[in-house]
Design a protein around this ligand. Structure first.
Ligand code: G6P
Length: 611
């Protein structure tokens, strides 16, 4: 997960590049660099290991002044975080490239280019891009045309920017699987992997689409689509704070964050999938080597993140055949743990600063785990810094104390982990990964369909407004989804909510069921549906009122005391992600009816940095 900034202007662009990199640093980086076309008519570069401030110090000591430049903060995937591996990468003295993503065929391209006499100075996959463009420029002298020809040879994911000392008025960019945005100024234009980097210089943006190539001049932007046709991309005015500090048109941050889920899930998937598989390198440079040795997984987390881990256990065992244990961090850290050989320690956390989760990771390092992976939403967090591998969930800042988009992006990340581990270990059934990759690509639009249930759920919420207790039921991977639904309801509406695996109902909680205790159930159309239907009968027979979120093909219908809300059909493996949405909406609307403080519920905190 790297960051890109580029600029072409009349003024000196060095400070703009550095400021842009600083704004991207929240995602967590290990080295940074920039290349500027200077007043001396040449490309000059500075690169440093560590934070952007190290690069800034270097540029202050030896200033670079110019009107065209590109910059990068790196999150190492190929090659360690060293200065040689830091971007921009050069081919000769005249051509520089920065790149986000992973070029999967870099090894064969590297061999070909070496054969043609190009000398490599880094272990990165990126360096093949710059030499490849340089080579094509020998027969195709226009930089834009050379870039178009070069990307045809690249397999994998990229968002990249190129500048050439021979054509110093142009900044070229290409996007496939890794986002890029153009910032539109007056007599100056900019490029970045995230608009956040450019808010200091503009509030007008143009988002590149998959396969786009862009030529950015000081006073003109030209875009070609994936078929090489000239394309128009809408210029969008950005309102300060729209992403984080502002609720926009929403009444609460929680509702805004619930509705952001299709977009952030899309972002979590960007650059991490090929046509038919998950890129293992997305977890870090040593992931492939480490994953190959994994025979067990231990997941540790708190709160909502723990529920994500519980879902992942079903996935890891049923899809990838890898034994998995899940435990809340505050138990794990104080328990004498017996570690199975070759166990990967996986921590899950939105903030990356939760005290118990961090302490559990630190303990784990003493216990002989194979290695550690953090699934986390904050790149500069302690959890990320202290783990061997990381997958950022990329949900963006979450303001509502009750976690919503952080949870669904954690689930998506854990599905990526399941598929990556399963493939590396050779334990996935044939065709499973390709099918799930295809379904994952459709997931954002499926989540959008689930959000369209909003007004139906708002009405259903009225059933709960005068209740003091509720029961949530689910089976299989939907049991943790029921737990998360119950947690949401208790967090923000203060209604007592318990979740049970539906099969446990008759072993105790059935004694509580009466007309004052609504029972919420998630019912996808899977092999457990018939068993679940029997559990629902058990509730109805005791006068309990049922609210059932059921697959549209599940054959469940409204009846006396039974409210069925149809959920669009989805492949069973991804059902936990989809069914989370109606439960989030239900708790939200119940809380609104009760008039509680939805975004800052009593007694709770967003980030629990105390034990
Ligand atoms: C607090 C928050 C929860 C969150 C939990 C774990 O309790 O209110 O929403 O799930 O901490 O936080 P983490 O940042 O580690 O995911």
């Amino acid at each position: 997960m790297c960051g890109i900034v580029g600029a072409v202007a009349e003024r000196n662009i060095t400070t703009i590049l550095i400021e842009g990199l600083k704004r991207l640093e929240y995602r967590g980086y290990d080295s940074a660099g920039l290349a500027v076309y200077t007043q001396q008519g040449q490309l000059e570069r500075r690169r440093r290991i560590g934070k952007v401030s190290e690069l800034e110090t270097a540029v202050t000591a030896e200033p670079l002044v110019g009107n065209l430049g590109i910059a990068h903060t790196r999150w190492a995937t190929h090659g360690a975080p060293t200065e040689h591996n830091a971007h921009p990468h050069f081919s000769g003295q005249d051509l520089a490239v920065v790149h986000n993503g992973i070029i999967e065929n870099h090894e064969s391209l590297r061999e070909d280019l070496k054969g043609l006499g190009y000398a490599f100075t880094s272990q990165t996959d990126t360096e093949v891009i710059v030499h490849l463009i340089n080579h094509i420029l020998k027969t195709v002298p226009d930089l834009g045309d050379a870039l178009k020809a070069a990307v045809k040879q690249l397999h994998g994911a990229y968002g990249l920017a190129v500048i050439s000392a021979a054509q110093p008025d142009r900044l070229l960019a290409a996007r496939s699987g890794s986002p890029l945005v153009i910032g539109l100024g007056h007599g100056e234009n900019f490029l970045a992997s995230d608009q956040l980097a450019l808010r200091q210089v503009t509030d007008r943006f143009m988002y590149l689409e998959e396969g786009d190539i862009a030529e950015i001049l000081r006073d003109q932007v030209t875009i070609w689509d994936q078929d090489g046709q000239l394309a128009q991309r809408e210029a969008v005015q950005y309102h300060e704070g729209a992403e984080a500090a502002d609720k926009g048109t929403y009444r609460h941050f929680m509702l805004k964050e619930i509705h952001e889920q299709p977009a952030v899930v899309q972002r979590t998937l960007e650059g991490r999938l090929t046509n038919d598989h998950v890129m293992v390198q997305a977890f870090g440079p040593q992931a492939a080597e480490l994953f190959a040795k994994v025979r067990n997984v231990q997941i540790v987390a708190c709160g909502t993140s723990y529920h994500a881990g519980m879902v992942a256990r079903y996935w890891l065992e049923s899809l990838a055949g890898i034994p998995c244990q899940v435990e809340v961090a505050s138990e794990f850290r104080y328990r004498k743990v017996v570690v199975q050989p070759d166990t990967l320690f996986v921590s899950i956390s939105q903030s990356g600063e939760t005290a118990d989760t961090l302490a559990a990771l630190r303990n784990a390092k003493e216990l002989g785990f194979l290695g550690s992976l953090a699934i986390c939403n904050v790149g500069i967090s302690s959890l990320v810094r202290e783990s061997d591998l990381t997958l950022l969930t990329l949900a963006g800042p979450e303001i509502g104390v009750a976690s919503t988009k952080a949870f669904t992006t954690q689930l998506v990340s854990l599905m990526l982990l399941t598929l990556a581990l399963g493939r590396v270990r050779g334990t996935l059934e044939a065709g499973v990964e390709a099918e799930l990759v295809e379904e994952l690509r459709r997931l954002p639009s499926r989540l959008g369909e689930a959000l369209a249930m909003d007004s139906t759920i708002e009405k259903t919420a009225e059933l709960f407004a005068d209740k003091h207790h509720t029961l949530f039921l689910g089976r299989g991977a939907q049991f943790p989804v029921a737990m998360e639904g119950a947690l949401k309801l208790k967090e923000i509406s203060y209604i007592h909510a318990e979740a049970y695996p539906a099969g446990e109902l008759k072993h105790g909680p059935l004694a509580l069921v009466d007309s004052d205790m609504p029972v919420v159930t998630v019912a996808p159309n899977n092999e457990l549906l018939e068993k679940l239907k029997s559990n629902l009968q058990e509730v109805r027979a005791r006068g309990g009122e049922l609210v059932v979120f059921a697959d549209e093909h599940a054959g469940l219908t409204n009846g006396e005391g039974t409210h069925v809300i149809k959920v669009p059909h989805i492949i069973d493996a991804l059902a936990p992600i989809l069914y989370t949405i109606p439960l989030q909406l239900l708790s939200y609307y119940v809380a609104v009816l009760k008039g509680t403080d939805v975004d800052q519920p009593r007694n709770l905190a967003k980030s629990v940095t105390v034990e």
